[in-house]
Design a binder for this molecule. Structure first.
Ligand SMILES: [Zn+2]
Length: 146
């Protein structure tokens, strides 16, 4: 089953769900009838939210490390996950859904004040009618050497 690739109910996902719920948003969870099984679906806003773990989705960020062993296996796995993510976005977009992707690195290890800022960005995006938003860690101003 392909659905095994994504972990659900992760900490970032719960944080976002609880915050949105507190603000009065109502939503469905893990809707399997939609491509990619979005984590949070807000029909009233015609919006879906994916909360992506940086490791499983091979995110180009400071949290991702390619495993040192079985590298070819992992590389293939990440590439497949990324291809599935892209396909889901394309299908949902054609169906008229607005799509928000929140990466784990937007929240992980960040102080609470930044969580609040992230939630208010999600809130204003939901009300904006804009088609897409992607939230991730802020990149360092200076290019960091790996
Ligand atoms: Zn990331």
């Amino acid at each position: 089953m392909m659905s095994g690739i994504r972990s659900r109910n992760t900490r970032p996902e719960l944080l976002i769900r609880h915050a949105l719920h507190r603000q009065g948003y109502r939503f469905r969870l893990h809707d399997r009838t939609l491509k990619g099984t979005p984590d949070i679906v807000l029909p009233k806003y015609r919006a879906v939210i994916f909360v992506h773990g940086c490791f499983w989705h091979g995110h180009d960020c400071s949290f991702f490390r390619m495993p040192a062993t079985r590298t070819a296996f992992w590389k293939q796995k990440f590439e497949r996950n990324m291809a599935n993510d892209e396909l889901a976005v394309n299908v949902l977009r054609k169906q008229g859904w607005r799509i928000l992707t929140v990466w784990e690195c937007a929240l992980r290890g960040r102080p609470e004040a930044e969580h609040d800022r992230l939630i208010s960005r999600i809130d204003s995006w939901l009300k904006s009618g804009r088609r897409h938003l992607e939230l991730r860690e802020r990149r360092a101003k200076q290019g960091r050497k790996a």
